[in-house]
Design a protein around this ligand. Structure first.
Ligand SMILES: NC(=O)c1ccc[n+]([C@@H]2O[C@H](COP(=O)([O-])OP(=O)(O)OC[C@H]3O[C@@H](n4cnc5c(N)ncnc54)[C@H](O)[C@@H]3O)[C@@H](O)[C@H]2O)c1
Ligand SMILES: [Zn+2]
Length: 369
């Protein structure tokens, strides 16, 4: 098997491997047989990814003896909905999927989250396989078992923790990704370095060209490192009762930006990049980290052409959005802030005055309703 890297996610009976390498989709039938799956597979994909990769995936699965059907969900975050999950259930019933059958997600984070939710709930849970095809999905959303769909009142409001049986991250699928989506995925890799791994940070700072050019060895290594950082955090806290919170670095401000712009302006990683810049600025103002860390963070984000500033949004409305975040987490606002390269800590109830200053310094309009 032409597989570059294997990362184990150690969760007892729910343990699984993340496989990262070139040309893995064409070997997926063998991979799934190798972990003991058999019978029926329902592939969930979207029109764009399906047109590119479904036929080679299907060929490999059929050659390995699986019965394969597929269901195509329209492309876009707005289709990560219960309505579309219903379509997956319908296909599953039509195909008579059983407890031993498999739902396989072929696509980015939207397809992975939605297909995973369907797999978690159909017959109270059937086998789930992730074949992530965006960089963001390969380093983040396919790892860790969070699956969800959106509700009109909030993103990812309806979901579950449900681990896949295996993650098949084929590096070649990244070649067809739009540059903006590739860069967006880089933000989550940078986040992984900034929260846990100074060495990853220095590799990211030094090997910008090789990574952007998708040099197989360099990019494969960086993806594997980011996955193993996330895997370790998830192993320590699968259900997000404690340390898993550090994965939210940059996300509190990021989520507020995404929500305030109706999920139509920023890619997820772009919003997280601005959020990490904001968090680092706040940490400096609060005396938690040194200004050099803020400079390093900004420089790293800029090397990958990630956005770091807000334009045209009201600071007060962003503050309101963060307060909504606070309500659903039960009381106080919690922010993950950087302490040193590769180290973060959670600050409970950070001073809103400083947060306001930070948002304005990022470019938000001050004092407006
Ligand atoms: N479960 C988690 O832990 C977790 C973590 C982070 C993000 N997410 C979720 O992930 C979603 C975002 O994921 P995303 O950034 O992958 O977005 P996405 O799934 O919308 O994919 C982005 C775009 O790339 C296209 N695409 C996918 N693979 C391609 C390929 N190989 N070649 C060409 N085009 C391709 C898609 O069709 C889409 O247009 C959000 O819904 C977010 O909530 C989940
Ligand atoms: Zn994220």
């Amino acid at each position: 098997m032409n597989c570059l890297k294997r990362i184990k996610v150690d969760l007892g009976r729910r343990s699984y491997e993340i496989l990262i390498g070139p040309a893995l989709l064409t070997g997926s039938g063998e991979i799934l047989r190798g972990i003991g799956l058999k019978g029926k597979i329902l592939v969930v994909t979207n029109p764009k990814v399906g047109a590119l990769y479904l036929s080679s995936l299907r060929e490999s699965l059929v050659a390995a003896g699986f019965e394969v059907e597929s269901v195509t969900i329209p492309d876009g975050e707005e289709y990560k909905s219960l309505l579309q999950v219903e379509r997956v259930y319908e296909a599953a019933v039509r195909m008579r999927l059983e407890r031993s059958s498999t739902i396989l997600a072929l696509g980015g984070g939207v397809i992975g989250d939605l297909a995973g939710f369907a797999a978690a709930t159909y017959l109270r849970g059937i086998n789930f396989v992730q074949a992530p095809t965006t960089l963001l999905a390969q380093v983040d959303s396919s790892v860790g078992g969070k699956v969800a769909v959106n509700h009109r009142d909030g993103k990812n409001l309806i979901g579950a923790f449900y681990q896949p049986r295996v993650v098949i991250a084929d590096l070649e699928t990244l070649h067809t990704l739009e540059e903006r989506d590739f860069i967006s995925g880089m933000a989550e890799i940078i986040k992984a370095g900034l929260i846990k791994d100074p060495h990853l940070c220095s590799v990211l700072a030094k090997k910008v060209r090789a990574i952007k050019d998708q040099d197989r060895e360099t990019l494969g290594q960086v993806i594997a490192t980011a996955c193993s950082i996330k895997a370790k955090v998830v192993e320590a806290d699968e259900l997000e009762g404690g340390i898993r919170e550090i994965l939210n670095y940059g996300h509190t401000i990021g989520h507020a930006l995404e929500a305030e712009t109706g999920y139509e302006v920023y890619r997820h990683g772009e919003a997280v990049a601005i959020g990490m810049h904001g968090a680092a600025r706040l940490a400096v103002l609060m005396g938690i980290c040194r200004p050099q860390l803020l400079e390093f963070t900004l420089d790293l984000l800029e090397r990958y052409q990630l956005p770091t500033r807000i334009s045209g949004l009201s600071m007060e409305r962003l503050i309101e959005r963060m307060s909504w975040d606070k309500k659903i987490s039960g009381g106080e606002l919690r922010l993950v802030l950087p302490v040193a390269t590769g180290r973060v800590e959670t600050v409970v109830a950070p001073p809103f005055e400083l947060l306001r200053r930070v948002l304005v310094s990022l470019g938000a309009k001050g004092g407006e309703a």
